[in-house]
Every structure is written in C-alpha cells, then in structure tokens.
Write a protein that binds this ligand. Structure first.
Ligand code: PMP
Length: 432
C-alpha cells in the first residue's frame, strides 16, 4: 500500500493532475514518470533534495547521475554566475573552450574533442562520424544499452519480451534501423558472429548502467576492441555515465582506448554539455563540407566554465577516493542487510555507483536483468522514499555518490534500505 506516499506527497499529486493536462504524463522526460504519480522536486542542496510538499530526501539518483559535485555547489555557483553576467551565449567560439578540450584530452586520453549539449546528440554524431570515417553503414549495439533518445539506437533498450530486433518506441520506421545490429552484452561469441567487413561502428556502455549496473566480464572489452580492429570498425565507448564514475572513466580504469568516446552528465557539474572525443584521424572527418556537427548551444560558456571547475577543482582524485570509499560502505551494508532480512538480492557496483537487483545473482545481460523481480524493486523504492531516501533513479538505474555525501548519509541510506528490503520481502507491487 502506498498510503504514506500518498499522504506525504499531496502537492506532487496535485501538480501531476494539473500538468498532465498540458504535458504527456505531466513530465518533460519519460524517465521522470513512475506509477502512480511522480514526485515534483523544488530544490536541492549538497546531498539532499526537497519535494513540493517539503519532504527532504537524501538523494542517490543525483539527476540521473549528473550531480556528483553536489547540489548548489558553491564554487560552481560563483563561477557560473559571472558567466551569466557576461552574456551567457556569445555566438562565436568561447575563448575558454580549448582549455576544456585540453583538460579532457589530458584526463581521458582523447586526442581531439568536439562538444555537444546532450548524450543523445553526442552518440548520434559519433555514429555519423564512424560511418564517414569507414564509408560503411552497419552499427552494432548491445541489448539493454541506452545511448539516448535518437532513432537509430533506440532498439532493444527496454523491450518487455526481447526477441530479435525490437523498436523501443513508437514512431521509428523499420527502415531507420536496418543497419542497426543488436547483440547480447557480455557474450563475445555473439559479437564475433556479427563482426564483418561492413561494420562501421560498435557502440557500448563500457559498464552497462541502463539495465541496472551490470559489470563487464573480464577481457570482454579487450576482445571487442581486438575484433573491431581486425575488421576496421570504429569502437565507441558511450561514457555518458561511466566517464564521471571513475577519475578517467571506464577507459582509464580498464586501460583500454576506444576510437571514440562520449562523455556527459557528471563531468558537466550540472549544465548541458557532452563530449565526442577520440583518435585524431577519426575526429578529423568532422568539418565544413565534410561531416556535419553543429549546435547553437554547443560548448556554451555557462557549461564550459561549469565543466572546467568540475573537472579541475571538484571531481579530483581525492574526491573519487571519498566517493568510492562511501560506495564500498554502501555495497557492504546492502550485502549484510540482504542476508539479515533473508531476501534474494544481489548487489553490483563500479566506481561511484551500485545497483540492488532482486535476484540471487547479478544479471550478466538484459535477458537476465528483466528476469529479476522488478515488482519487489518498487516495494523497496517506495519504502525508501517514505524513509527520506531516494535510493536509485529507477529499477534500471543505479545509485551514485557525490562529493557532498557523508558517512552519515550512507547510514541513512542503509537504514532506509533495511526498511525497503523488509517491505520487498513481504511482496511486490504491480508497476513497471
Ligand atoms: N548514453 C548513456 C549511457 C546514458 O546513460 C544516457 C542518459 N541516461 C544517454 C546516453 C543520453 O544522454 P542525454 O539524456 O543527455 O541525452
């Protein structure tokens, strides 16, 4: 029963009822909606957010993994305020963009970079760049991997019953995705079958984070890179999430260099910015009269300055030490609570993130992920909300730590998780 959720969130319900008259499902992104009605948030500070009813939550969704700098970070507020006073959008290239490009190059090993505003745009462009570079059409993606909301990769992201290729949205013509090939994650034999001379690109989240957090099998990435190299396909690491969950992203952590990488979310400090970076020879196909890449808001001064402050001053190696230590505490706590409560849960983690799955083992791919008990996840989720903790952004998401989270916040999370797992043990809810 959701009695206390509905008693505590009357303001959210009222907004939902009003907003849905003018906005489908009352939200601006499908992922913000959940049954029976979503929360409407008023503000955040540090590790906390407050909803319209004034309920306070320790937040581990962090804007779907964006706000590792903590809400209302004073350094960002100070620097960004100056940029707003100085004009916000200036049309020509902002004088500090190269500084950010060099910092990203240093930290992530990309030889050249271009900026867009969202992960969606960056992955969309990366495919075009790979096709332009190779002169080929086919793109290999993995089931359950999400690369944003554009047509060509919105395939087998969240099919209820995956069987062959399934569009994950209405309105996508089959012709649009004839060149998209879908393969199971973590299955190198399947990859080998599709790796042919006509593959332009293989795109993946180097650690899957849109079917919960699913760890990557040892050597899988190295094998994929090797096979791609053999056929001359461009390897694209979509590090929109992973790029900010370890100091130099997954490629740095694993010591594997893709041909192209995408960054976004937490490296921005909270403003729209994404990165397409990679090897010089691949990136050099971009240009007037060659391969199109544009955007009015690309590398806008507000986002550039926010990202510079974030990378150089906030998400430092020390900051990652702090966040990853708290992450390990969280994982250990979950494992102990799962055992004490006596419920089948499995915990995955990587970098500053982790996921609780309602299954006895961590899934290895999308098919195993959708076999987990999502109904119990919702029981757990609402119980946590009632305890003042947003534990994860959704059943297919993960928690993220920020520089603002403290040991005390981890304790709060674990207390809520205990209530959540107890509730989940009683049974599941019929939402998905
Ligand atoms: N790629 C990955 C791996 C993502 O997780 C996301 C967003 N969750 C995107 C791309 C799309 O990013 P955006 O929402 O900024 O378009």
């Amino acid at each position: 029963d959701l009695k206390s959720y509905s008693e505590a969130t009357v303001g959210s319900l009222n907004l939902f009822n009003e907003n849905k008259k003018v906005m489908p499902y009352g939200v601006s992104s499908n992922y913000r909606f959940f049954e029976p009605y979503p929360l409407y948030i008023k503000k955040g500070k540090g590790s906390r957010v407050w909803d319209v009813d004034g309920n306070e939550y320790v937040d581990y969704n962090l804007g779907f993994g964006v706000m590792e700098v903590g809400y209302g970070n004073e350094r960002i507020v100070r620097e960004v305020s100056k940029v707003i006073e100085e004009g916000t959008i200036l049309g020509f290239e902002y004088y500090r963009t190269g500084e950010l490009a060099r910092e990203i190059s240093r930290r992530y090993g990309a030889e050249m970079v271009r900026f867009s505003s969202t992960g969606t745009e960056a992955t969309m462009h990366s495919i075009r760049i790979a096709r332009a570079f190779t002169g080929r059409k086919k793109v290999v993606k993995f089931e359950g991997h999400y690369h944003g909301s554009h047509d060509q990769l919105l395939v087998n992201v969240n099919p209820p019953n995956p069987k062959g290729k399934t569009m994950s949205s209405l309105g996508i013509p089959e012709e649009t995705v004839v060149n998209t090939i879908v393969v199971d994650w973590n299955d190198i034999d399947e990859v080998e079958k599709v790796m042919k001379e006509d593959v332009a690109a293989v795109i993946m989240e180097p650690v899957a984070m849109n079917m919960g957090l699913i760890p990557t099998k040892e050597d899988f990435l190295r094998e994929v890179v090797k096979m791609s190299k053999e056929v001359g396909a461009v390897v694209i690491f979509d590090e929109t999430k992973t790029g900010g969950k370890a100091y130099s992203g997954a490629s740095g952590e694993f010591g594997i260099k893709p041909d192209l990488m995408i960054l976004g979310k937490s490296i921005t400090g909270g403003f729209p910015l994404s990165v397409i970076g990679g090897k010089r020879e691949v990136m050099e196909v971009i240009g007037p009269g060659k391969t199109a890449h544009g955007g009015t808001y690309n590398a806008n001064p507000v986002s550039v300055v926010s990202s510079l402050v974030t990378l150089k001053e906030i998400l430092t190696e020390d900051a990652f030490y702090h966040m990853r230590r708290l992450n390990r505490m969280l994982v250990k706590g979950y494992e102990e609570i799962g055992e004490d409560v006596g419920i089948d849960v499995s915990i995955s983690s990587w970098g500053t993130s982790g996921t609780v799955f309602f299954s006895d083992e961590v899934p290895e791919n999308y098919k195993e992920f959708i076999a987990t008990d999502v109904r119990r996840w919702f029981s757990y989720f609402f119980a946590c909300l009632e305890e003042g903790v947003i534990p994860m952004g959704g059943f297919n998401e993960q928690w993220t730590l920020s520089v603002s989270h403290s040991e005390e916040d981890v304790k709060r999370h674990l207390e809520a998780a205990e209530a959540g797992l107890k509730k989940a043990k009683e049974g599941g809810m019929n939402f998905s």
